[in-house]
Design a protein around this ligand. Structure first.
Ligand SMILES: NC(=O)c1ccc[n+]([C@@H]2O[C@H](COP(=O)([O-])OP(=O)(O)OC[C@H]3O[C@@H](n4cnc5c(N)ncnc54)[C@H](OP(=O)(O)O)[C@@H]3O)[C@@H](O)[C@H]2O)c1
Length: 345
């Protein structure tokens, strides 16, 4: 990598990408001082916001301001380009792709194609989009290895909370035998609201009002988001080649206040549990609402918090909790991957 430069091509300029740019603006000098690397964003491929390519480095403060005030980049600026995302990746002079476009839970595209195009150009890849990890992890990992490129994805499950790095760097020699966790904020919040006596419909409304449930929350409620995270965890931690449609999936739409009352009588709470395990030598994934005893730490995972318990052959079970994350924790996962990448060069 010449001149110790990290030139990023950013795909997607939504909440996570914008927060990541703010972090780059704030931390740029610190990275340079501690690693010698100059980090710049030299291309941004948006959808409705437009796209920019500037080999000298995009003025991120201006890009953020333009999007905040007009909802898109300045169409008259010299570095604005009229290209689709693949063309931006092909034509930019960046050496790192950061993939933060909208998740397509049903096939992982077009993010997979964005990543494959970047590898063909010899670019390292950091993705916060879990589609590619849930759908094509092994192929992408092998592709990056053959080319001597980094492929990093810490943010895809539990934001910047170390999950993949935790297993990779701090549990050396341990084999992951199974995992279980609560990994979807919307369903956890809705179930908690119902415990306080609110109806399912009111709970959904409140989740939308607070901004973490989508206008159409079915991807969360029907367990698809949790299934994608379960597939991603199985693929990376247990080296499987499974996709979200192969996860045994049940959502929470059928849960009633009566079910919640029944759980209370049993000193339990209902939680949407994600599980990965081996059965008859085959890795399996399951997402389903279950009774969790009030004595179990999982029952105390409140609101938008998450937990993942990993059972290993040598270290038994270890649990990691993320407490009420905000968008900064998503951006931090990308930022931590960026530092991991720089360390590897
Ligand atoms: N937010 C979180 O807490 C969180 C946590 C972990 C992982 N992630 C993942 O990170 C990614 C970004 O999340 P976000 O919260 O920033 O979502 P977001 O605010 O909806 O932003 C996604 C952006 O991607 C753009 N986009 C969609 N398709 C594109 C394409 N083909 N080429 C270029 N840009 C495209 C969208 O353009 P428009 O402006 O035209 O819609 C939008 O600006 C998602 O994959 C998400 O699953 C998010």
């Amino acid at each position: 990598m010449k001149d110790k430069a990290i030139n990023i091509c950013l795909v997607g300029f939504g909440n996570a990408a914008q927060e990541f740019c703010r972090m780059v603006i704030t931390k740029n000098l610190e990275i340079k001082a501690s690693t010698g690397y100059d980090v710049k964003v030299t291309a941004i491929a948006g959808r409705s916001k437009g796209s920019i390519i500037n080999p000298k480095g995009i003025n991120l403060a201006k890009a953020l301001m333009d999007v905040e005030s007009n909802g898109k980049f300045d169409a008259n600026a010299e570095d604005t380009v009229n290209m689709d995302t693949i063309q931006v990746i092909e034509n930019c002079s960046s050496n790192v792709l950061v993939e933060l476009s909208t998740l397509s839970i049903y096939d992982g595209e077009p993010a997979i194609s964005h990543i494959e195009t970047a590898f063909e150009k010899g670019m390292h890849v950091i993705t916060g989009n879990k589609g590619p990890i849930a759908w094509k992890y092994q192929k992408l990992r092998d592709n990056s290895k053959q080319r001597g490129l980094q492929f990093l994805y810490e943010t895809t499950v539990m934001d910047g909370t170390p999950i993949f790095n935790f297993v990779k760097y701090t549990l050396p020699g341990c084999k992951v035998l199974s995992f279980k966790g609560i990994l979807n904020s919307t369903t956890n919040f809705v179930l908690e609201e119902m415990e306080s006596g609110n109806s399912y419909e009111d709970a959904i409304k409140e989740a939308k009002r607070r901004g973490f449930a989508e206008e159409d929350p079915s991807m969360d409620i029907d367990g698809w988001d949790a299934a994608a995270k379960t597939a991603a965890l199985l693929n990376v931690l247990m080296d499987t080649n499974i996709n979200p449609t192969e996860i045994d999936r049940q959502g929470i739409a059928h849960i009633t206040l009566k079910d919640i009352e029944k759980a209370k009588e049993k000193q339990c709470k209902i939680k949407l549990l994600c599980e990965g395990y081996i059965e008859d030598n085959i890795a399996k994934g399951k997402v389903h609402p279950v009774y969790i005893s009030n004595k179990d730490i999982l029952s105390n995972i409140d609101a938008t918090s998450s937990i993942l318990g990993i059972t290993t052959d040598l270290m038994g079970e270890v649990q990691v909790i993320e407490k009420n994350p905000e968008i900064q924790q998503t951006a931090y996962g990308i930022y931590s991957d960026l530092l991991t990448l720089i360390r590897s060069l």
